[in-house]
Ligand binder design. Structure first.
Ligand SMILES: C[S@@+](CC[C@H](N)C(=O)[O-])C[C@H]1O[C@@H](n2cnc3c(N)ncnc32)[C@H](O)[C@@H]1O
Length: 331
């Protein structure tokens, strides 16, 4: 899944800067998104405590960070008399429903045939969950795998904020349900769907990795369809062009000009760490000078500039300056 603000291309740099100071132990990633950083550091031997306010992000974290192996699916396999989970989803008959209606017939997010197949997978996973045939981790894993597979054939430029005018090579491909490969590495990793502040307070972490949103783009709106699938929310039929549907808004202070800085301070005041890695862009809501001054109260601050490809829907890729602030707590 292509994720806004993903650090995939910077993982080696983030690891090097962290590892120079703390080479093992517990790493907390409270703005974990789809688990990209957690997945990488788990494989390097760190124990990961990760979180996010979005449910679909939590599902990805379970699949990519918490799971050490494929879940057992004991009840599911027994009930359906199957061994091949992906094969089971790939042979479901296409059906009709809200995804077909809202995101294929009205808005071309998926081809007609793919939308019917995605719909039948969604309906099946929801039903298995409601019938208590799946454990929480199994449900999260099936949902993340579904969203990841669906994204491979979505007629979008990355997020679900808009669809493209014409179907292209990607969206004309056949939908195939694929299971996400669990990661090996340190065991005992945890994911919680909570606000960042709740994950950091009352704990001491060897590494605290903070990668909050840095502009006003609200992740719940950009990923409304994955989030609605993960929370089992059927959108009300609406006439908007893009079909963005949010039942209960989950707002983040980090998207808000008036509140981002206070939240940043609150997190720092409630954190205990040996090494803090704070990732932020130079043109973000919180100004660079304010970040520098604030961080210096918590230890020795070093700054590293990384060039990062900013997300853009256009073909031309914009380069922006990303800053990594490394704070070594020597208090
Ligand atoms: C910049 S992204 C993280 C990207 C991630 N490091 C990666 O490489 O894919 C920020 C994430 O923070 C989450 N978020 C925003 N506000 C939050 C809050 N107050 N508490 C927890 N998560 C939050 C968003 O849902 C989003 O997934």
């Amino acid at each position: 899944l292509r994720y806004l603000g993903s650090k995939t291309s910077l993982l080696d740099d983030i690891f090097r800067l962290t590892n120079e100071v703390v080479s093992n132990g517990v790493l907390c990633d409270p703005f974990g998104g789809i688990g990209t950083v957690g997945n990488y550091f788990k494989q390097k031997g760190y124990q990961i405590i990760t979180g996010d306010i979005l449910t679909f992000a939590h599902c990805f974290q379970v699949a990519r960070v918490v799971n050490d192996d494929f879940p057992d699916f004991m009840l599911f396999k027994k009930k359906m008399g199957i061994v091949d989970i992906a094969g089971f989803f790939n042979t479901l008959e296409p059906t009709t429903g809200w995804i077909v209606r809202e995101y294929s017939e009205k808005r071309q997010y998926f081809s007609e045939i793919n939308s019917g197949r995605i719909q039948s997978c969604v309906d099946m996973i929801w039903k298995l969950y409601e019938d208590k045939i799946l454990l929480h981790e199994e449900y999260a894993y099936l949902i993340a795998s579904l969203i990841n597979s669906m994204d491979q054939v979505a007629n979008t430029a990355g997020t679900y904020y808009a669809y493209l005018k014409k179907f292209n090579r990607k969206s004309n491909k056949n939908f195939i349900y694929k299971l996400i490969t669990p990661s090996t590495g340190s065991q005992g990793c945890i994911s919680q769907r909570v606000d960042a502040i709740d994950l950091v307070k009352n704990h001491k972490y060897d590494v605290l990795y903070l990668d909050p949103p840095y502009n006003e783009r609200n992740y719940q709106r950009y990923y409304h369809l994955p989030e609605n699938i993960a929370t089992r929310t059927i959108p009300e039929s609406n006439k908007t062009i893009s079909g963005v549907y949010v039942e209960k808004a989950i707002k983040s202070d980090f998207n808000n000009k008036n509140r981002a800085y206070n939240s940043f301070c609150e997190i720092l005041n409630n954190s205990r760490f040996k090494c803090l890695i704070f990732h932020y862009t130079d043109d973000g809501i919180i100004p660079v000078n304010l970040i520098r001054n604030t961080l210096s109260k918590y230890g020795t601050v070093e700054e590293f500039n990384l060039n990062c490809r900013a997300y853009t829907t256009k073909q031309n890729v914009k380069e922006v300056n990303h800053h990594i602030y490394r704070v070594i707590n020597n208090i």
